[in-house]
Design a protein around this ligand. Structure first.
Ligand SMILES: NC(=O)c1ccc[n+]([C@@H]2O[C@H](COP(=O)([O-])OP(=O)(O)OC[C@H]3O[C@@H](n4cnc5c(N)ncnc54)[C@H](OP(=O)(O)O)[C@@H]3O)[C@@H](O)[C@H]2O)c1
Length: 191
């Protein structure tokens, strides 16, 4: 089980091992997951990771950015200037969506839930490359309809109030609504 980890080979045996040394950063890619203290792997089952990455980024690179990338690439042919709208935008996957979309020059409208430090979260997501960051209750602002009409949007939604609001806007605007499910959670849904 589990896929998020960074591991370090403690013992290396065999002259055919070329790229790894004791202490290299690796992620085991064998199908038995990463929730273990020790394991025995052949070199090709270990993905070598750049050791200059922040540890947390390295440990999650095999899961969240890949999920975000596939959400952006597998469902629609999103071109430069396209737009993706997502709630749960501050989630790990949501942050990866923002950064990868920015790289591909895809706009993102990002919905977050209200909280005491909401302005600093908005600034943070904007610093990652978010085009717009809105709080759930701002979805009822008439300005939102104008923002949404300006884009042809694909959606990544988790269910609840914000998803209902987003769908209302998108249907009013006759915007495209394909879906990007997050398969592992009851909080996320296919629309
Ligand atoms: N390959 C895959 O299928 C794959 C890979 C990775 C992750 N996932 C799934 O993707 C989801 C996100 O994962 P993550 O690690 O990125 O999550 P995370 O960092 O733990 O963040 C969870 C997010 O969901 C939001 N949220 C929860 N309930 C909500 C609701 N009712 N309405 C609106 N927003 C809500 C939270 O908002 P607040 O901060 O406001 O609470 C937060 O933004 C998880 O369900 C995970 O299992 C799937």
């Amino acid at each position: 089980m589990g896929w998020k980890c960074i591991s370090w080979p403690k013992i290396i045996k065999g002259s055919s091992v070329k790229d790894l040394k004791v202490g290299s950063w690796v992620i085991p890619t064998a199908e038995d997951g990463t929730w273990r203290t020790y394991g025995v792997y052949s070199e090709e089952k270990l993905l070598k990771i750049d050791e200059t990455l922040p540890l947390v980024s390295a440990a999650t690179i095999y899961v969240n950015p890949c999920t975000a990338y596939r959400m952006l690439k597998d469902f629609e042919d999103l071109q430069e200037g396209s737009c993706v709208i997502q709630n749960g935008a501050n989630s790990a996957v949501g942050q990866a969506v923002i950064q990868i979309a920015k790289h591909f020059k895809i706009n993102t409208i990002n919905v977050i839930r209200d909280r005491p430090n909401v302005e600093s979260l908005k600034s943070y997501l904007t610093s990652l490359g978010a085009t717009h960051v809105v709080v759930e209750n701002e979805l009822r602002n008439p300005l939102m309809a104008d923002i949404l009409k300006a884009f042809k949007c694909s959606a990544k939604l988790c269910r609840g109030k914000s998803a209902a609001e987003l769908m209302r806007h998108m249907m009013d605007s006759e915007l495209l609504l394909p879906m990007v499910p997050c398969q592992n959670s009851n909080d996320f849904m296919e629309v």
